[in-house]
Design a protein around this ligand. Structure first.
Ligand code: ASP
Length: 584
């Protein structure tokens, strides 16, 4: 239905008669001539309807409205000097239509495609119109490029692409499962996969050596913080590898994606940081390294303190930590706000001290001894005007709140280099973490993760036992994570034992994996990237919904299709399901 795409018309076409098809993006009437910007997925091309060239075409062009779909034929020519449009690649050319056909009409639009402040709900309700907007369209073309670069890169590294079941058994990744009732097995349910974790391990045991999948995962979480109930992972598993092998491979992949999406090379290897350092210096396992502002511990300086707050902390084996803000002028109001902010974050208090020409200034300075002041000035390398914020409490609380306060300071005082992309591996995670909800230690990554060294060396100290686990962080956001797995049945069982998972439970839930581990499972490990999130960040977008063609709202609804929806009673009967309580 066309000789060329609109955006591809070029110098070679001058003098040629071409047929193009597309949408009417804009239409302008100019004293007898009608100008139309014809748009398709590749771009825009200007078509002119003139009574001198074709009176019929010109007359019929009067009917054309925005977003009508047409097929038009005419001769391509150079635009007259002075009328070129440098803003589009085809801006030097135009076509005078000799004939055209309206292939479809378009009703009045709910919003103009070139309007900027259209509400997100309206955009999602009419996503197909939203997608015709060149900037939105570009995002999905980039997404398509990203799939290709991932496939090409991984294929070149010897990976095989697989699909794993969507109708499956619940696997433990920590979130709630979406479940699907089985009609043929009354009373039984499938779970949609939170990740293909067990299947990818089984594929290693099946001997495929290197697996990947660009796969949808489902987690029935509350949709706070820009999450989606279904999202895409780039899921990877490799055999006969250790941590460095997986990290090395993934760095190559991230660099390939970065290059395609950002148009410049990424410096690898990517910096690594131990979990403990990240927590102690930045109070987070995903520190944003686009700015410094680390926490500095000063507990030791106050061992002999007379200041009650510090004394209490020292007595309780807590931590006193500081953050120094250099080169900024802070008003009294700024300081009071800082105290308020940390209180809202749950802090008992925040102390500030300003370095002045003649010493330290602060409401608490009278409680400090001279040697403490001197030690602080030295340790924190204080210059006149610097402000020190100090928090004193249990170590975990100080790390957590100071970590968040650091981010607040970064934003408030514009310390974050927003144009930078700071990748960081966090390694040496603890194998376990305490779950307040379950009142027991759970696996920090997942229960198939191998410890560093042998699990048989576990001494009972849950907090310091480390895992062969790693996360990739970009600008303070976790974009991927994985681990080396337990590949021997006895080790895996030991892990379950330490997690207090009963043998029967383990067999009921993952018996198929356990059985396979006893049949010659190779050492293996892998990782999964959050594909949507990486795209969002590399494309400089605000929300994960911007990179998903048909995203859900915060309430988990699809505004386009109206899902989720009620189903007829007959269907419920077939499934032997009765809905109790109110259906919304
Ligand atoms: N399945 C894990 C996840 O979804 C990733 C991995 O361990 O490979 O986070």
């Amino acid at each position: 239905m066309r000789d060329k795409y609109c955006g591809k018309v070029c110098t070679d076409d001058i003098g040629r008669t071409l047929t193009l098809s597309g949408w009417i993006f804009r239409r302008r009437d100019h004293g007898g001539l009608i100008f139309v910007d014809l748009r398709d997925v590749t771009g825009i091309f200007q078509v002119v309807f003139s009574p001198d060239i074709s009176p019929e075409a010109h007359e019929k062009a009067g009917e054309l409205k925005q977003e009508y779909v047409i097929q038009v034929t005419g001769k391509v020519q150079k635009r007259p000097v002075g009328t070129e449009n440098a803003g589009i690649p085809t801006g030097d050319f135009e076509m005078y239509a000799t004939s055209f056909e309206i292939l479809n009409t378009c009703k009045a639009l709910p919003f103009q495609l070139d309007e900027e402040d259209v509400s997100e709900s309206l955009r999602l309700r009419y996503r197909y119109l939203d997608m015709r907007r060149p900037l939105v369209q570009k995002v999905f073309l980039e997404r398509s490029k990203a799939y290709k670069v991932i496939r090409d890169y991984l294929a070149s590294c010897g990976f095989y692409e697989f699909e794993t079941p969507f109708l499956t058994k619940s696997t433990p990744e920590g979130a709630r499962d979406f479940i699907v009732p089985s009609r043929l097995n009354t009373g039984s349910f499938y779970a949609l996969p939170q990740s293909p974790q067990l299947f990818k391990q089984i594929l290693m045991i099946g001997g495929f050596d290197r697996y990947f999948q660009i796969v949808r995962c489902f987690r029935d979480e509350d949709l706070r913080a820009d999450r989606q109930p279904e999202f895409t992972q780039v899921d990877i598993e490799m055999s006969f590898v250790d941590v460095d092998d997986v990290i090395g491979l993934c760095e190559g992949l991230v660099a390939a994606m970065y290059e395609v999406l950002r148009g410049e090379p990424l410096q690898i290897p990517i910096k690594r940081m131990a979990y403990s350092e990240a927590m102690e210096r930045f109070g987070s396992d995903k520190p944003d390294l686009r700015f410094e502002l680390p926490m500095v511990e000063i507990t030791d300086i106050f061992q002999e303190t007379d200041f009650g707050v510090f004394k209490k902390t020292i007595g309780e084996n807590g931590a006193i930590k500081s953050i120094v803000l250099k080169g900024k002028t802070l008003s009294r109001k700024d300081l009071d706000t800082a105290v308020e902010i940390t209180k809202e974050m749950g802090a008992g208090g925040l102390i500030w001290i300003r370095k002045e020409k003649d010493g330290l200034q602060s409401p608490i300075v009278k409680y400090l001894k001279d040697n403490e002041k001197t030690a602080m000035i030295e340790r924190l390398d204080l210059s006149d005007g610097d402000v020190v914020f100090i928090m004193s409490d249990t170590r975990n609380k100080v790390n957590d709140i100071m970590g968040r306060f650091r981010l607040y300071l970064g934003e408030k005082f514009e310390l974050i280099a927003k144009d930078q992309f700071r990748f960081l591996w966090i390694v040496d995670f603890p194998l376990f973490e305490y779950s307040d909800e379950d009142k027991r230690f759970v696996a920090r990554h997942h229960p198939f993760t191998s410890p560093q060294g042998s699990i048989k060396d576990f001494t009972g100290d849950y907090e310091s036992f480390k895992a062969k686990a790693y996360d990739l962080v970009l600008n303070g956001v976790e974009i991927g994570g994985g681990s080396i797995r337990n590949y021997r049945m006895d080790d895996q069982f030991e892990m379950f034992k330490l997690l207090n998972i009963k043998e029967d439970d383990a067999i009921e839930k993952f018996g198929f994996l356990l059985e396979a581990l006893e049949m010659g499972a190779p050492p293996h490990g892998g990782l999964a990237f959050g594909f949507d999130r990486i795209l969002m960040m590399l494309l400089g977008l605000e929300s994960i919904r911007d990179v998903i063609p048909f995203p859900k709202t915060q309430k988990g609804t699809c505004l386009l299709s109206g899902a989720p929806s009620k189903i007829p009673q007959k269907q419920l009967n077939e499934l032997r399901i009765r809905v109790t309580g109110e259906q919304q």
